[in-house]
Design a protein around this ligand. Structure first.
Ligand code: ADP
Ligand code: MG
Length: 371
């Protein structure tokens, strides 16, 4: 069994307990609690599952109630196959990062509980919605002050992460949670990692969900930093204004084409930088496009909102602003002042998961209608 520092006499249950404890320990800024306080002795039985609210790469996410305190929480079940996969470095890293990054705009981890057998549960504060579910809801249309508040909170959370040397690398609506108080918080640090401003290291370019992936990653760069997250967040902001994802490519080449169709083919001085990227020779666009972003947004956003979006979606990564510079943009100083959204079309529980289930149900009903 490929578990660091384990002895063969240890049972998987004991190892999972160790993993849960280790992910709560060390450089955690929280005061270490006793196993009893953390619920480790009670285990997962302490929580009563209410419903499923997410289904992702690692496993499922449930809404649940702490039977002792009545607190509503989210349980993210991370399947850990010690026999096949060995020590779960990715899962541990995700939990550690979520624990270290304590900020009002980053989802709080309350506990980590092993499930005898094959999983650990990350217990988190429960968030009623995610931005993907909300944007897809036909009756949700936030007003300009609410959009501004969401943007401000998202930039503050991102600035905090970047200042601490962490790239998220999977920013998209389903990883941005919203509660009924109108707070928005990052979740899902499964692809996150640290970076150094001064010493850039080579990183993998197979990160970030396709529709939110910046052009330089599509063209194969392995040297990048916080500007990749700024691009993804720019896509989310654009989605808030357009009410649909801006670039819905079918594959890498199509994705790049979609980007150029809206933002224009890069000007020659910028394109030269692109041409030096590893995959540029396979992906050179056949058609030249003009920038249509301003026209597409003119009826929906103010000039300064459009300026900020254009800046975040700079084709040349070196021109993209930091999160801090975005926060200082005049868009946030002009009227209306940011105001968190506090009324939602559904009373609670509306994530990408419920939104997709509803869409499937509607499609099925249409198919079953007599012709
Ligand atoms: N704390 C939470 N509260 C409410 N819903 C959550 C919470 N964490 C995750 N979810 C929901 O579960 C989904 C999957 O969780 P996520 O952490 O993104 O896992 P994955 O790595 O599988 O994408 C999210 O898109 C979100 O809708
Ligand atoms: Mg996710």
């Amino acid at each position: 069994m490929a578990v660091a520092g384990s002895s063969t006499s240890e049972t998987p249950a004991r190892l999972l307990q160790g993993i849960a404890e280790a992910s709560l320990a060390e450089d955690s800024p929280l005061t270490p609690a006793t196993p009893k306080q953390r619920g480790l002795s009670e285990g997962i039985q302490l929580y009563a599952r209410i419903s499923m609210v997410g289904e992702g790469t690692y496993g499922k996410v449930y809404k649940a109630r702490n039977k002792e305190t009545g607190q509503i929480v989210a349980l993210k079940r991370m399947r850990i196959d010690l026999e096949r996969e060995g020590f779960p470095i990715t899962a541990m890293r995700e939990i550690r990062l979520l624990r270290q990054l304590q900020h009002p705009n980053i989802t709080r981890v309350l506990d980590v509980v092993p499930e005898p057998g094959s999983a650990v549960y990350v217990v988190m504060e429960y968030m009623d919605y995610d931005l993907s579910g909300l944007i897809n809801h036909p009756q949700w249309s936030p007003d300009p002050a609410q959009v501004k508040s969401l943007m401000q909170q998202l930039l503050e959370g991102l600035g905090f992460m970047h200042e601490r040397g962490i790239l998220h690398r999977d920013i998209k609506g389903s990883n941005l949670l919203v509660n009924q108080q109108g707070q928005v918080k990052y979740v899902d640090f499964g692809l996150a990692r640290s970076f150094h401003h001064a010493h850039m290291q080579e990183l993998t370019n197979r990160v970030i969900t396709l529709w939110y992936r910046p052009p330089e990653l599509l063209l194969g760069t392995t040297l990048y930093g916080p500007e990749v997250d700024i691009w993804s967040l720019g896509c989310v902001v654009l989605e808030l204004f357009l009410k649909k994802p801006a670039f819905q490519g079918q594959n890498d080449i199509d994705q790049l084409e979609q980007i150029f169709k809206l933002l224009g083919t890069p000007a020659d001085d910028v394109w030269d930088k692109f041409r030096k990227l590893p995959w540029a020779c396979y992906m050179t666009p056949a058609t030249r496009y003009e920038n249509r972003l301003r026209a597409a947004l003119s009826a929906r956003a103010t000039t300064s909102a459009i300026d900020l979006i254009c800046w975040m979606l700079g084709l040349d990564p070196s021109t993209r602003p930091s999160a801090q510079r975005c926060i200082e943009h005049r868009f946030f100083r002009e009227s209306p002042a940011p105001r968190p959204p506090t009324s939602f079309p559904v009373a609670g529980d509306w994530h990408e998961y419920e939104s997709k289930a509803e869409r499937r149900k509607r499609k099925k009903a249409v198919r079953q209608q007599p012709a």
